[in-house]
Design a protein. Structure first.
Lengths: 350, 286
């Protein structure tokens, strides 16, 4: 009875074991992952099998018929990849029994993620589970394990601050914009310059439903291309100063050697909209916005360092919650383990 | 039915204030320990406090057979009651986070503070409003407008705190729960206009009474009331003209409310000193 659960395993590699260049070599396409999953399941020694394949991890969850299966699975995975067994062994992990449950629960919750507490992983786990079920590779044990891991993830997230606070520059900017404007549906965004971080920040704002995004850059073609991508409009760089009063959020990321916005050229725009706050995000290096604008009443200026400091502070707060979340997950893992054992002990209906 | 309640009005006021204090402490603890803000519990506690205060005002009203606005204690209770009533209207509609916590703090101060000083609950002769329903309406509206101005002051305080957090790049604790600066500013503007309108209506009713009975209105009270009304009217006009906005508007709202509350004490003293003065032979002979 319990021997069956003794054969529950997870073999994998993630950012904890492997650096980026090694993870690149381990990466599988979705079709390759599905093929490997079917191949493993067809192997007579594996009763159930599920592969979680994301940009940061490849993990094979399985229930074997014998306990001594690790070497076979490693060989099969390396053969499928065409990579050396030594390299994989040096950058991978193998868990069995209760550790598998704890690991699955921690991955679902985002405790094992590079960005602690990120929520994308739960969707990826759900996707992997749905695929494996569809392919008929899972059974009662893995079905229960994954369904319970989703519930445990939800519980750990709601009972701790593991997902509280944004940890990317774009989302931190969106959070700040919400603290200034509330709903962003009437906020208009001006993007000055077309830097990568600025583009991501504009995308984050767009995903929260800002009214519109306008791009202005020294090279009009660049501005036009980015505006098309963001579904907005482009304006000539020589015109932006006259149009400042139209915008609530201004993101600067030009490569200008000096500042392009200061209290003097911002004041006329503020006079036209005295009740509207103005959120300035300076992502340029050297800075595009003079710090004297901070003295203006309704102006809120944040530069790259400010946003990074908030993101890091939030990440630290999340890390401080890891042990709380882990202890919640331990209780869930233990309960699940007992349930699975009880289920295995029950005589099977014929 | 009210006679069947085995509770004095002061006990009901006291319990109400204690419940408000509990709400304030609960909110404070949750914010201090960075826990999830207990919105439902705050709402339930404020409802409990409000019901006890309503009971207290009803018992007092039944006893004096008039709207209980005859001394500083009753006025403070009525302002606190109006403030919570407005919180029930404004809070859920505009989803102003933490307003319940701030409202609990101010009502504890007003309702609890005056309850702790029995001297403020000075007895006064029945029929203080002379049985004139218009002057009762004037008093009730004026005090209700003070409730509106109290909530404007709270919203303005929240605005200043949130703005300070944004300017100084502070994010955790209370800052994380406060509504956006724009939402708070807009709310302060709307409530300021509402309060100004209610106070103006109250003064119109009062003016009708004053024109007919100029001797019954102390000049000091009239002067202070007009000063406060003038202050609010100026702020409302400047706000509509967009000349007094955001931070300066918030500061003006808080200062005016403090002045309005501070003015109640000399006004009450003036009225009580008049009530304490024995009537002249001339007036008795009339």
């Amino acid at each position: 009875m319990s021997d069956v659960l003794q054969s529950l395993f997870v073999l994998g590699s993630s950012h904890h074991q492997a650096p980026l260049e090694v993870r690149e070599r381990f990466a599988l396409t979705q079709n390759e992952a599905n093929a490997l999953q079917k191949q493993l399941h067809a192997n007579g020694c594996i009763r159930e099998c599920l592969i979680v394949n994301t940009c940061n991890r490849i993990e094979i969850y399985g229930l074997a018929t014998t306990a001594d299966i690790e070497s076979d699975i490693r060989n099969e995975l390396c053969a499928a990849h065409g990579m050396s067994r030594e390299l994989f062994d040096a950058h991978s992990f193998w868990h069995t029994n209760l550790d598998v449950l704890q690991h699955a629960l921690e991955v679902s919750t985002g405790l094992d993620s590079q960005m602690v507490g990120e929520t994308d992983i739960l969707g990826q786990m759900k996707g992997a589970y749905a695929t494996a079920r569809e392919l008929g590779c899972t059974g009662t044990v893995l079905n229960r394990l994954f369904e319970k891991s989703f519930q445990a993830a939800k519980a750990a997230r709601s009972q701790t601050a593991i997902t509280r606070g944004q940890i990317s520059i774009g989302n931190v900017a969106v959070d700040l914009a919400s603290r200034i404007f509330g709903k962003l549906s009437s906020s208009r965004v001006l993007l000055l310059g077309s830097g990568d971080v600025a583009e991501k920040t504009a995308q984050a704002l767009q995903s929260r439903g800002v009214a519109d995004i306008t791009v202005s850059s020294r090279t009009y073609e660049n501005a036009h291309a980015l505006a098309s991508q963001l579904g907005g409009a482009a304006i000539d760089f020589s015109d932006y100063e006259q149009q400042l009063s139209r915008f609530d959020i201004i993101i600067c990321s030009t490569s200008a050697p000096g500042t392009i916005l200061n209290a003097q050229n911002l004041k006329p725009a503020l006079k036209q909209q005295p009740e509207r706050p103005c959120f300035l995000i300076d992502l340029a290096m050297p800075r595009d916005i003079s710090s004297d604008v901070e003295k203006l009443d309704s102006v809120y200026l944040y530069n790259l360092d400010d946003l990074s400091a908030i993101a890091n502070e939030n990440l630290e707060q999340r890390r401080a919650e890891i042990e709380n979340a882990r202890s919640i997950l331990k209780r869930h893992a233990w309960t699940l383990w007992l349930q699975l054992r009880r289920r295995e002990m029950q005589p099977q209906k014929v | 039915m009210l006679q069947e309640i085995a509770m004095t009005d002061r006990t009901a006021f006291g319990i109400g204030a204690a419940i408000y204090l509990m709400a304030f402490i609960l909110g404070g603890i949750m914010l201090l320990f960075k826990k999830r803000y207990p919105r439902a519990a705050m709402f339930a506690l404020l409802t409990g406090g409000f019901l006890m205060q309503t009971l207290g005002l009803n018992l007092r009203g039944a006893e004096i057979k008039a709207c209980p606005l005859g001394n500083g204690f009753e006025i403070a209770q009525f302002i606190a009651w109006s403030l919570v009533l407005l919180y029930f209207i404004v809070g859920p509609i505009f989803r102003l986070r933490l307003l319940g916590f701030f409202a609990a703090g101010l009502t504890t101060l007003l309702a609890g503070g005056t309850w702790l000083v029995p001297a403020w609950d000075k007895p006064y002769p029945p029929g203080i409003f002379g049985g004139n329903p218009w002057i009762e309406l004037h008093a009730a509206l004026a005090i209700f407008s003070y409730g509106v101005f109290a909530i404007v002051a709270l919203v303005s305080t929240m605005f200043l705190i949130q703005q300070h957090g944004l300017k100084k790049k502070q994010f955790s604790g209370v800052y994380a729960y406060l509504p956006s600066v724009q939402q708070l500013d807009l709310m302060a503007k709307r409530l300021m206009i509402t309060g100004g309108t209610v106070l103006t209506a109250a003064l119109i009713f009062g003016a009708v009474f004053w024109i007919n009975n100029p001797d019954l209105v102390p000049l000091f009270k009239l002067g202070v009331t007009c000063f406060i009304w003038g202050g609010y009217l100026t702020v409302v006009i400047l706000r509509i003209q967009k000349k007094l906005v955001t931070r300066r508007h918030a500061i003006a709202a808080i200062v005016l409310f403090l002045l309005a509350i501070a003015s109640l004490w000399p006004v009450q003293s003036a009225r009580h000193s008049e009530l304490d003065t024995p009537p002249s032979v001339e007036s008795l002979s009339k």
